[in-house]
Design a protein around this ligand. Structure first.
Ligand SMILES: NC(=O)C1=CN([C@@H]2O[C@H](COP(=O)(O)OP(=O)(O)OC[C@H]3O[C@@H](n4cnc5c(N)ncnc54)[C@H](O)[C@@H]3O)[C@@H](O)[C@H]2O)C=CC1
Ligand SMILES: N[C@@H](CC=O)C(=O)O
Ligand code: NA
Length: 428
């Protein structure tokens, strides 16, 4: 049986689990791949550092370039743009195939790296980069290649789902739960990428590129994180039978494809509302397949390593069987939709002076801007002896630009004391 040398770059949360599986399950992996997958070395910063997994000391090296130069397959799990990008280029340029989970790099330079792989005849696979263990990229690019995808919508960041879920179920504070997510190996090296939505935005760009056969990068994705979500927002959503989730949404609209990441209100009977902890789930809508949903562990060392090993076996099988790579389907030129043109439903929370004519004045402003109100609920604050009320308005679908103009005009009314929240709503 042929032996393929595997270079592992990085031995953190995911890399250490990949090294464990490669060594523990070597015989099974060899059977599946049709070749021995020999772990030739692991590139790290400090060869003497203590690891989560017991591995032979002589596997560790600080010379990542030399390791890459001797490998048939390179598994990149360093994270970050550099030196990961240069090392992947180096591997692909010499015809070695690459498996990576580095969504930040792919969202920034995916088009360039995919083109380089194709030119050199090497393979570049990255199932681990989106929704961890969940097989989602291969179903989108292979299984659904005979269909036309119209929408992809999902929870694709485990850390923020873990935080929002804990805030919803235990009333915990944001900062306390972030530390737990870091301890469990879900968060990025800099967790700002998680909580500000950048990680989900990178995944949205990758999903949109594959689903709509084009190249989206991070700049094409409208991105809002969860740092402004307060315990009061979570409690108000709960009171209304809803839950707040950070969603990544890529959909075909009237003026092109819109790709966005933002906190979103979902009714509790929506399937995505039942995704707890660090789990992820992705809905795909296609013209002929209809609705599909993919669910599983979206973060964590071992689950993510499962996706990395799946790609590694697939890469090895092709190296063993040889032959040309399949032609890349012609990339489409699609219009990236301006965020202002994206249409959705909104929830607007207002604190108002409870006096005659307030509701009529607010309703008139919504009407002037063509934003139709679906429901309006008023709760008088008892401690103000009827002087102040909270309004909760849910609209029918309207554009971001119409909504922004409506909120600006409403907040200028003397009776409106505060706009307490503006959130988007998905599902019925
Ligand atoms: N942790 C998770 O649940 C998931 C992580 N990923 C991605 O997988 C990759 C790895 O993630 P983690 O293992 O969680 O990160 P990590 O921070 O735990 O591990 C990265 C390791 O690479 C090492 N490293 C960084 N730069 C290096 C350099 N120049 N030379 C040598 N070593 C270097 C670091 O010291 C660290 O040990 C990232 O791209 C991440 O976005 C993808 C899906 C899930
Ligand atoms: N930090 C990421 C890890 C997986 O991609 C997350 O929390 O989802
Ligand atoms: Na995946």
């Amino acid at each position: 049986m042929k032996t393929l040398k595997v270079a592992l770059l990085g031995c953190g949360n995911v890399g250490s689990q990949v090294a464990r599986i490669l060594t523990q399950d070597a015989a099974v992996l060899a059977d599946r791949a049709g070749a021995n997958l020999e772990l030739a070395g692991i590139a790290v910063r400090n060869t003497a550092a203590k690891r989560d997994v017991d591995l032979p000391a002589d596997l560790f090296t600080t010379d990542a370039e030399a390791l890459v130069d001797g490998a048939d397959i390179v598994i990149e799990l360093l994270g970050g743009l550099e030196p990961a990008g240069s090392l992947i280029r180096r591997a692909l340029s010499r015809g070695a195939s690459v498996v990576t989970g580095n969504k930040a790099l792919l969202a920034a330079r995916g088009a360039e790296l995919n083109a380089l792989a194709f030119e050199s005849g090497a393979q570049l696979r990255y199932e681990a980069a989106v929704a961890g263990a969940i097989p989602i990229l291969r179903p989108i690019s292979d299984s659904l290649s005979g269909d036309r995808i119209t929408k992809v919508m999902g929870i694709v960041n485990g850390t923020t789902n873990f935080i929002l879920d804990a805030m919803d179920t235990t009333g915990a504070a944001f900062e306390d739960v972030l530390g737990q997510a870091q301890d469990l190996g879900y968060a990025e090296a800099d967790p700002t990428a998680d909580v500000e939505g950048h990680d989900a935005a990178a995944k949205a760009a990758i999903l949109a590129s594959l689903a709509f056969h084009t190249d989206f990068s991070l700049e094409d994705v409208h991105c809002e994180g969860i740092t402004k979500i307060t315990a009061a927002d979570v409690a108000a959503a709960k009171d209304a039978g809803m839950v707040i989730k950070l969603l990544a949404i890529a959909e075909r609209g009237a003026k092109g494809i819109g790709v966005r990441v933002h906190p979103t209100l979902l009714r509790r009977n929506h399937p995505l509302a039942a995704v707890h902890g660090a789990f992820n789930a992705v809905f795909v809508e296609a013209e002929n397949a209809g609705e599909l949903m993919f669910y599983g562990a979206g973060a964590g060392g071992a689950p993510t390593a499962s996706a990395v090993l799946g790609d590694t076996v697939a890469v090895a099988r092709r190296v063993v069987s040889g032959g040309p790579l399949p032609a890349i389907a012609a990339q489409q030129k699609v219009q990236v939709m301006d965020f202002a043109d994206i249409a959705t439903s909104y929830w607007i929370g207002l604190r108002v002076t409870d006096e005659p004519g307030v509701l009529a004045a607010i309703a008139a402003i919504f009407a002037q801007h063509g934003v139709s109100i679906e429901t309006l609920r008023q709760t008088v604050r008892p401690e103000t002896n009827g002087g102040v009320a909270d309004l909760r308005i849910v609209t029918h679908r309207s554009t971001e630009s119409a909504l922004a103009a409506t909120v600006a005009a409403v907040s200028a009314l003397a009776a409106v004391q505060e706009v307490t929240s503006v959130l988007r709503v998905e599902g019925n």
